[in-house]
Design a protein around this ligand. Structure first.
Ligand code: HEC
Length: 119
């Protein structure tokens, strides 16, 4: 079929483009593990901090979310999730660069959003 012919190169190009993005995401995941983010956070359940799926839900469609979350990751803080955390603050991570913190924020926001349960 003539129409399917351009599909293969297009798919190859797509795979080629998707690969570095996937690698960057897994590098970010590795950095998050190394930084201890998963001591207090999991994707699906609250540990000390909110589940990342809840964070993705809260900020869905929010264009300022990457910057807000990157700032929170670097400087720490409390208040947003108090009803779920009892006011425990997120600790600061001052050694991270803004680019690293933004990559982590994007990783969190890319999780499948789940509405948090009533606190
Ligand atoms: C000691 C426990 C702890 C560690 C370690 C920790 N967090 Fe948190 N995190 C929290 C708590 C508690 C909150 C809720 C803060 C609030 O209520 O504003 C939070 C909130 C967040 C939020 C949502 C912020 C908001 O304003 O909605 C993100 C995103 C996040 N953490 C990412 C990370 C990342 C990435 C790391 C690793 C670099 C990390 N956390 C390490 C405890 C932790």
């Amino acid at each position: 079929m003539r129409t399917t012919r351009p599909l293969l190169p297009a798919l190859a190009a797509l795979a080629f483009l998707a690969l570095p993005a996937a690698r960057a995401a897994s590098a970010t995941h590795a950095l998050m593990k190394q930084q201890g983010c998963f001591v207090c956070h999991a994707v699906d359940v609250k540990i000390v901090g909110p589940a990342y799926a809840w964070v993705a839900y809260r900020y869905r469609g929010d264009k300022t979310a990457v910057l807000h979350l990157a700032d929170k990751i670097i400087h720490g803080g409390a208040g947003v999730w108090n009803p779920w955390t009892g006011g425990i603050p997120m600790p600061p991570h001052p050694t991270l660069t803004l680019a690293q913190a933004e990559a982590m924020a994007r990783w969190v926001l890319a999780q499948k959003p789940v509405a948090p349960p009533k606190p």
